[in-house]
Design a protein around this ligand. Structure first.
Ligand SMILES: Cc1cc2nc3c(=O)[nH]c(=O)nc-3n(C[C@H](O)[C@H](O)[C@H](O)COP(=O)(O)O)c2cc1C
Length: 229
């Protein structure tokens, strides 16, 4: 086991090897830390609901305020018009997950994206992906990111599904499980659904999803800056 402690101008390594403890002190120049604020890094993900037709709009809502990367499941790709995404937003799919890896030492996309993101937003969240997250399954890029997620970092989900799916008992069970993980629900709304039925299950509007995430982050930043002053 290696424990690395960084102090003001010194790096101290504590190396434990078969109960032998070696302490090494290395003098270093003070670390240069940039104080320039950077944009928040938002990972936007879409799963296979018809509401994914709004994914381009969702990416546009975030892209001025944040650095955005996008992820889509195979089913979501049926609904996403790639030309509707802002030019600077890369859309990652399961194909990238596998094509970017060929040998030991290559980076693993779901780990890189999990590391990169400050916040993840899944909108729309399909019934299937909800169930998989609740059960810890990870058989594609999106669910592998979630399975590797650091739950100190916020995740928001905006479910979208037919009312029959939304009111099915599985939905409540799965929502309770992801709530325990610390996932924040942006609830669906009632309206005429894509299938023609009227009821609850339509995804919250992209502008509402954006303002929810932005307000959350800004109020958290304000709270932490008032603690430090
Ligand atoms: C036209 C069409 C529309 C669909 N709309 C929804 C939907 O709004 N919500 C949902 O949860 N599933 C919907 N589904 C089913 C999902 O696409 C299906 O469960 C799929 O396996 C989801 O995969 P994913 O969770 O990996 O994206 C729809 C399927 C079709 C064919």
């Amino acid at each position: 086991m290696l424990i690395l402690c960084v102090t003001k101008n010194r790096i101290m390594n504590l190396i434990y090897a078969d109960k032998i403890c070696i302490m090494a002190y290395v003098e270093r120049e003070p670390m240069q830390v940039s104080t320039a604020p950077r944009k928040p890094r938002i990972l936007l993900a879409a799963s296979g609901s018809v509401a994914a037709i709004k994914f381009g709009n969702l990416c546009s809502c975030f892209s001025d305020w944040a650095d955005v990367k996008a992820v889509a499941t195979q089913a979501a790709l049926h609904f996403i018009d790639r030309t509707s995404l802002p030019k600077d937003v890369i859309l990652y799919t399961d194909e990238h997950e596998w094509s970017s890896w060929s040998k030991i030492g290559d980076s693993v996309l779901h780990i890189e994206l999990r590391r990169w993101a400050d916040i993840m937003v899944i909108a729309p969240l399909s019934a299937n992906t909800l169930g998989k997250i609740a059960g810890g399954l990870c058989d594609n890029l999106l669910t592998s990111i979630i399975r590797a997620w650091d739950y100190e970092k916020p995740i928001f989900v905006a479910p979208a599904m037919n009312t029959f799916m939304w009111t099915n008992p599985f939905t409540e069970r799965h929502l309770m499980s992801i709530d325990e993980l610390g996932v924040t629900l942006i609830p669906p709304v009632s309206k005429r659904l894509a299938c023609g039925d009227y009821g609850t299950g339509a995804m919250a509007e992209p502008s509402l999803i954006f303002s929810t995430v932005r307000l959350f982050l800004e109020s958290r930043q304000n709270a932490s800056s008032s603690r430090t002053h």
